[in-house]
Design a protein around this ligand. Sequence first.
Ligand SMILES: [Zn+2]
Length: 249
Amino acid sequence: MATLQQLLQACDGLLQPERFRDYGPNGLQVEGRPEVRRLVSGVTASRALIDAAVAEGADALLVHHGLFWRGQDGRLTGWLGERVRRLMAAGVNLFAYHLPLDAHAELGNNAQLGRRLGLVADARFGEQQLGFIGTAAAARTPETLADQLRSALGRAVTLVPGDGRPLRRVAWCTGGAQGYFEPAIAAGADVFITGEISEPQAHLARECGVGFIACGHHASERYGAEAVAAHVAAQLGLSHRHIDIDNPA
Ligand SMILES: [Zn+2]
C-alpha cells in the first residue's frame, strides 16, 4: 500500500517532469482515493481503458496520454466529461506522463522500443533531446528493420526505403515524431523510426536517401507506461497490471 503522495513522488522522482516543456500537465491529473494498492497502466486514458481499470479494481491508472492538452477549451463536456466522470465516480487516480515518459533512459518509450529491436542509444537529438540514435548492431537494411518491427509489434509498418546506403546509424522517436525526421538526418541517421508518417516525410526520405519507417503511434508507445508502472509498483509494494487497448493508429 502507498499513499497518493508516495506514488506521485516515486513517479516524479523517476521521470523528472520539471525538466520538460510539455503539451499538458504531467503527474496527477485526476485525484481519487488517498491510498493506492492496485496500479493499472496503459497508453491512453480512453474510456475503454478507464472502464477496464475500474473493472480491475484499480486505485490508480498511469498513462502516457492523459486527458488535458494545451489548446483545449477546458470544458468537461461530452467524451472528456464522461472520462472524468467515470474516473471520479470510481475514485481512481489518473497519473499521466507525456514527454518525460518518452525520454527516460531505461524505462521510457524510446528506450523500451529500442530494446525490442536490439538498439541502444549512444546519443540524443532533436527538440528537448527526445530522439534516440545509436549504432546498428548487425548488418541490417531498412527492409530487415521494418520486418523486425512487424514481428515485434504484430502489425503492418510503412517503409520508405531511402537510397540503399549502408545502415550504420539508426534513429528513433516514438509516437507522432515525424517532425524529428530532419533533425535525425542532421544527427547522422541512415534510417529513422517513429509511429506516424505525414506526406512530406516520404519525399524527404527519397530526396535525402535516409529511410523512414512508421510503425504506428500506439504500437511504438506501448511499452514505456508499463515499464514505469512496474518499476514504481515494485518499489512501493503495489500490484500492477498493464492493459493494452488495441489501436490501429
Ligand atoms: Zn504519443
